[in-house]
Structures are given as structure tokens and as C-alpha cells.
Write a protein that binds this ligand. Structure first.
Ligand code: NDP
Length: 275
């Protein structure tokens, strides 16, 4: 079984740098997928209220041989529940679904600047962190101006910002912002939902290292310091994706992948979503 490296967040909590994302894993399949991942050595599961499979994530953990306290569970607040009371009640519901009395990391899923309630929502996040119902709190899809607003008007810097990030969309500006402010970078859609795996640079590196294209891209993330949780509902890929801790890309390999950046989003632009 593979064991994964850890990152220490700004509040001292440590979390695995690698795990499983369960967006678009059908609810009736999720418990089995989570169990397969835990069996393979995964210790981080990334879900969200909006994925509709929190209950099955909890079931997968409960059915596995891995104790709850050894699994790092992240969930995210649904967009329609922004606001102080909404966010507190939403976490209660997530904990109920997950069958646990705390999450390891709780995230504001999208800033939704048009609605403009993320600051009030963040105050509820500070409260659930103080109560111990979330061991760490963070945000997702926040841009520098949203992070600046939290810095100006609240007392807590987010532990992480979870953003779309892969070789075709490398987010240099946000990564620099995170590094400057002590915010860990989580990369969603780390393999661009498969869209970067046919890039000649990636397939050539895969051949040279005797690895799959997905392993090359995931290894690139790890060496950049990103936290990654590729989604797969396929047992062979779940095993393949975690098998990246016994080889290294050279500086030249990293530079070659760095040149693939072309501003290609696979998901929505946070400035306009959900509208
Ligand atoms: P990924 O980049 O992880 O790609 C997932 C896709 O790639 C699936 O179709 C999967 O297929 C396929 N795949 C997985 N492993 C391999 C492999 N080794 N070789 C070839 N294909 C492979 O995309 P996601 O969008 O799912 O992102 C990962 C996670 O990030 C999500 O599950 C979620 O937790 C998080 N996320 C967060 C967002 C946010 O707004 N905060 C937005 C989007 C994602 P299959 O399952 O059939 O094996």
C-alpha cells in the first residue's frame, strides 16, 4: 500500500497532499469507490454538498478498515446556502450526511461575488472552526480580490484556496498570491478531466519515465507543492493515480510541462459563476 506525503496548513493541521475527488461519482457507486481508494492508501477524500454523495462518502469510510480519524475529509458549502445562519445549518447537514461530528476541512465552494455574501459566510466558518466542527477552514475558486477582502475584513486567512489548476491552466498569479500569504494551493481538475493527457510533451515524458500520462501530470503537481485529488471511479486508475511517489521529474521535465500553459479553463470562471 502506498503512503502519501503531508502538507502542514497555516493553523498547524497536517493534511495528505494527495487524495480522491468524488465530483461526478454517482451516489450509488461512491461508497465502493471510497473504500477502494482507502484500501489503496488514499487518506484524503474531497466531496461537497453539491456533489450529492456525502452520505455515501461516510458509508465508504465506515465500511473500510481505516479509522475515521485517519481520513482527512473535505466538504464544501452549497452556493445557495451562503450567509451566516445558512452556512452554520449547512455544516450541520453535511456532518449528518457524512456521519461524523467534524470535518477536517470546510470550504466556501464559490465566492459568488454577484451575490456578495461570502464575507458574512466566512464569519460562520470562523465560528465552526472555533467550535472544532471544522479542523481547518478555507475557500475555493477565490480570486485575489476576494482573498484581499477577507484579509481586510476578517481575522482569519483561509488555510487553502481550491482552484482549477492543471498544465493547460497554471494560475501563476494565484499561486504567487498563495505563497505570499501562506495559503495552501489545492488543484481541482488536476488532469483537466483527461484533456491534457494526449499532449505530446506529456506522452513523451510518460514514455521516458515508464509511467502513464496521468502519473506524469500528477507528479508535476506534487513537485509544485499543490494538493491534488484526481477523480476516478475506475479501480485500476485509482491504483495508478496514487502510484507516483517512487519517481521524480527533472527540472527540465518540469519546465517542459510549464510551457503547456495556455489559459484553458475546463470549468466556470469564478468571476461570473453561478451568475
Ligand atoms: P480530474 O482532472 O480529476 O479528471 C477526472 C476524469 O479523468 C474522469 O473522467 C476520470 O475517469 C479520468 N481519469 C482519472 N484518472 C485517469 C487516468 N489515470 N487515466 C485516464 N483518465 C483518468 O477532474 P475533476 O473535475 O473530477 O477534478 C477532481 C476533483 O476536484 C473533483 O472530483 C472534485 O473533488 C474537485 N473539484 C472541485 C471543484 C471546485 O469548484 N472546487 C470543481 C471541479 C472539481 P474515470 O472516473 O472514468 O476513471
Amino acid at each position: 500500500m502506498v503512503s502519501t506525503p503531508h502538507i502542514t496548513l497555516r493553523n498547524g493541521v497536517t493534511m495528505p497532499q494527495f487524495g480522491l475527488g468524488v465530483f461526478q461519482v454517482p451516489a450509488n457507486h461512491t461508497a465502493a469507490v471510497v473504500q477502494a481508494a482507502l484500501d489503496a492508501g488514499y487518506r484524503l477524500i474531497d466531496t461537497a454538498q453539491m456533489y450529492g454523495n456525502e452520505r455515501q462518502v461516510g458509508e465508504g469510510i465506515a465500511r473500510s478498515d481505516v479509522p475515521r480519524e485517519d481520513v482527512f475529509v473535505t466538504t464544501k458549502l452549497a452556493n445557495d446556502l451562503h450567509g451566516y445562519d445558512g452556512a452554520i445549518a449547512a455544516l450541520d447537514e453535511s456532518l449528518n450526511q457524512l456521519g461524523t461530528d467534524y470535518v477536517d476541512l470546510y470550504l466556501i465552494h464559490w465566492p459568488w461575488p454577484q451575490q456578495g455574501r461570502y464575507l458574512e459566510t466566512w464569519q460562520a466558518f470562523e465560528k465552526v472552526a472555533a467550535d472544532g466542527r471544522a479542523r481547518a477552514i478555507g475557500v475555493s475558486n477565490f480570486q485575489p480580490q476576494h482573498l484581499d477582502r477577507l484579509a481586510a475584513d476578517s481575522n482569519t486567512v483561509p488555510a487553502v484556496n481550491q482552484i482549477e489548476l492543471h498544465p493547460a491552466f497554471q494560475q501563476a498569479e494565484l499561486r504567487t498570491y498563495h505563497a505570499t500569504h501562506g495559503i495552501a494551493t489545492e488543484a481541482w481538475s488536476p488532469i483537466a478531466q483527461g484533456k491534457v493527457l494526449g499532449e505530446p510533451v506529456i506522452t513523451e515524458l510518460a514514455e521516458r519515465h515508464g509511467r502513464s500520462p496521468a502519473q506524469i501530470v500528477l507528479r508535476w503537481h506534487i513537485q509544485l507543492g499543490n494538493i491534488v485529488f484526481p477523480k476516478s471511479a475506475t479501480p485500476s486508475r485509482i491504483a495508478e493515480n496514487i502510484d507516483i511517489f517512487d519517481f521524480a521529474l527533472s527540472d527540465a521535465d518540469m519546465t517542459a510541462i510549464g510551457r503547456l500553459d495556455r489559459g484553458m479553463r475546463t470549468g466556470p470562471d469564478p468571476a461570473r459563476f453561478p451568475g
